[in-house]
Design a binder for this molecule. Structure first.
Ligand code: 5CA
Ligand code: ZN
Length: 441
């Protein structure tokens, strides 16, 4: 599907160092080896109640990585999905009495305008699940043929819900038993999340899993194909019969379809660590006999009033609402970047007010920094690059630019009083804020 327009990205003098990033699987900050070309997959929205500050913060975080790579001369292949058919989306459409496709399209379009306003660089491949089904289902057929997946029988559960014959699950035990590949890699659940089986079982159901489903070989086996139900959309899929794909197979196969070999970074919010990315890596292993990604990066959760911001809880601050109220999107982005992407944090009005003030300081400073000496600005660029290369430390990098801005304002005041010169480099700092932070002054 269509993504959104590419914002202008000025070229900066010199070159940034290659970024290092915290890898959830490694449990530490690691260098990223790719110096020429990298690939990034960030799990996209399920399009209803978009775009809240949690979503925005996740996409802004990985936009910082995308921009860090580009400034280091690395070519980036960026892929993102849209979960445009899924249980919660269908439930919302039914509850609000709207067509599910209309809801998905409407919210995806809203997301595009929000991302564009926040100057997030668009993915090269923006891919809906619905448009992937035709090339995705043969992969499930293949997993069945290879004995790595199985069909379960239908039954009626305790709530009287009828589950038809034909749901298909990945057989985790069979996937684990696959021999190591030539590089010596083999797959185990827990490699990404480091959770114990008990912990996994505890959160599996909360995060879209169905541990109770009768006929499963292991409670954690993930759904690959959901056979058609009365009143739900479904697609014809060869020998699988009509239905729709499970959640993890979508993302792993969309990534595989657009990127050869392991992704450089598989990213998303920390709520996706398990099961989505942990078991998703097993799907890739089963299909392609190689690791899904070299690195896994996760953002902390943004909350509001003491709870994680989530569509299900309804405690949302929407980017579009703030924009409609006249808030400058650059201030929203600055507020987000004032928090480190890996920490859990709460959205507050005060954070936004501080960001609005900071934006004003930046704007006033670059306007008066037209002196001949731009050495301080060049130094600020170097420090900014180093801080962003160290696990995307945007809060520290922005503090650095703020110091430069305060110095520029002080120098201008003094110059006004005939005590010295204005400093230079206003145009450079304007470009730094645009190229590295997506902030237009
Ligand atoms: N469609 C799936 C991913 S394939 C999904 O999780 N959709 S979502 O709309 O719920 O979330 C979209 C992205 O925002 C995901 O990367 C998710 O991890 C992230 N996200 C959701 N809520 C928050 C939050 N409160 N704070 C930070 N990131 C969040
Ligand atoms: Zn995903």
């Amino acid at each position: 599907m269509r993504a959104w327009e590419v914002p202008a990205v000025p070229t900066l003098p010199g070159k940034a160092p290659l970024p290092r990033i915290h890898d959830t699987a490694a449990g530490t900050i690691v260098p990223i080896e790719e110096s020429q070309a990298a690939s990034l997959y960030v799990c996209g929205i399920t399009p209803y109640d978009a775009t809240h500050m949690g979503h925005a913060s996740t996409y802004v975080a990985f936009d910082l990585l995308n921009r860090a790579w580009r400034d280091a001369g690395v070519t980036v292949t960026y892929v993102q999905n849209v979960t445009d058919v899924d249980d919660p989306l269908l439930e919302r459409a039914t509850a609000t009495n709207v067509d599910w496709q209309w809801l998905a399209e409407d919210q995806t379009e809203l997301f595009r305008t929000d991302m564009s306003a926040l100057q997030v660089l668009p993915p090269a491949h923006y891919v809906g699940v619905v448009e992937s089904i035709q090339w995705l289902f043969p992969i499930v057929e293949d997993l069945l043929a290879r004995g790595l997946a199985y069909r379960v029988h239908g039954y009626t559960d305790e709530q009287g819900v009828v589950h038809p014959d034909g749901d298909i699950y990945l057989d985790l035990a069979a996937v684990r038993a696959l021999p190591a590949n030539e590089a010596g890699y083999s797959w185990e659940p827990g490699q990404v999340s480091h959770m114990s089986r008990e912990e996994m079982l505890e959160i599996f159901a909360e995060r879209g899993g169905d541990p109770e489903r009768a006929g499963k070989r292991d409670a954690l086996d993930p759904l690959l194909w959901r056979a058609a139900r009365e009143g739900e959309p479904s697609w014809q899929a060869g020998s699988l019969g009509p239905g729709r794909p499970g959640w993890h197979i979508e993302c792993t196969m969309i990534a595989r379809h657009f990127v050869d070999g392991a992704l450089t970074v598989q990213a998303g919010g920390s709520d996706l660590t398990f099961p989505h990315h942990d078991l998703g890596s097993g799907h890739s292993w089963a299909v392609a006999n190689r690791p899904h990604a070299r690195h896994y990066a996760h953002t902390g959760m943004v909350g509001l009033d003491g709870h994680k911001m989530s569509k299900s809880r309804g405690n949302l601050v929407l980017v579009s609402k703030l924009r409609a109220a006249g808030v400058d999107p650059a201030a929203i982005r600055l507020a987000i970047m004032s928090q480190h992407y890996r920490s859990d944090w709460f959205w507050t009005d005060e954070l936004l007010e501080r960001a609005i003030e900071r934006l004003d300081v930046f704007r006033r400073a670059v306007a008066v920094a037209d002196g001949s000496d731009d050495s301080a600005a060049l130094q600020a660029l170097d420090r900014t690059r180093a801080l962003l290369a160290h696990d995307l430390d945007a809060p520290a990098a922005l503090d650095e630019l703020q110091l430069w801005a305060e110095d520029a304002l002080t120098a201008a005041e003094r110059a006004e009083a005939g005590e010295g010169e204005r400093i230079g480099g206003g145009a450079l700092i304007t470009d730094v804020l645009s190229a590295r932070f997506g902030i237009s002054l």
